[in-house]
Design a protein around this ligand. Sequence first.
Ligand code: AMP
Length: 279
Amino acid sequence: MRIFTSCKEISAYLESQTALGLSTGFVPTMGALHNGHLALIKQAKQEVDLVICSIFVNPLQFNRKEDLDNYPNRLVQDREMLELEECDVLFTPTKEELYPEEPEMKFAFGSIGMGMEAEHRPNHFEGVAAVINRFFEVLNPTKAYFGEKDYQQLAIIRWLVEEKNFNTLVVGCKTVRYESGLAMSSRNYRLSQNDLETAADIYSLLNYCKENYPSIGPKELSEHCFKELQSKFEPEYFIIADESNLSPIESWSEAKSPRAFVAAYLSGVRLIDNLSLKH
Ligand code: AMP
């Protein structure tokens, strides 16, 4: 695996490879890798010639300093995991390297950038869009892989690619879960064994929505799940929204593709998840 820290060097290397006719697939991560990340790498390995993974904890997307400071760092293990997956290129720039100038932080996302994560993490998606914008400028990948685990983020990236006319094809990948149903997340590294078991309740509640769709109304369902969470978690939101615009729905007739979204703290660790109610 080739490892780059310089934008100029990785850019020149990738240009030389695409000039040879090779396609490239980019998997951006913040490290502390798990099987969810590796599923994106595996899918990219099947679809393109050269897979690039970045590990960069983007300070611009954290609205709480404490969250940024506590973000797990496991670079040695991460490198080993990437080697095992035969990832071709690892990019680990410093923030000074990636942002030589103040990046643009104003984007007109519309409804997809309003509720849920956008509401509870002010400026989070501006930071996400800024970093992906910069990565795409430097790497100009043929394809880029993102998890449905961060469903609103995936919508933001699709919007960004259209807005900026990037040639990159965005590929959304299914959420990888433990047997308990808990979505894999770097933040799980901060949970105790007990908490990991409790955290699986999030998936049970998402499934409860799926099982009761469409016999119980969306508002009733989401309110019920929010209340259920309150016994063990500090929930921020439990919302049923339409996949197309991510606006909360009041009745099933409003939504072609309803999806339940949740964010909740457990022992100070912020967990998010979502599930399509239809398939
Ligand atoms: P992160 O390192 O949390 O920024 O995640 C990097 C990429 O991995 C994002 O596109 C995430 O949506 C994706 N990802 C994180 N967890 C999972 C998971 N459990 N299943 C699938 N993709 C995931």
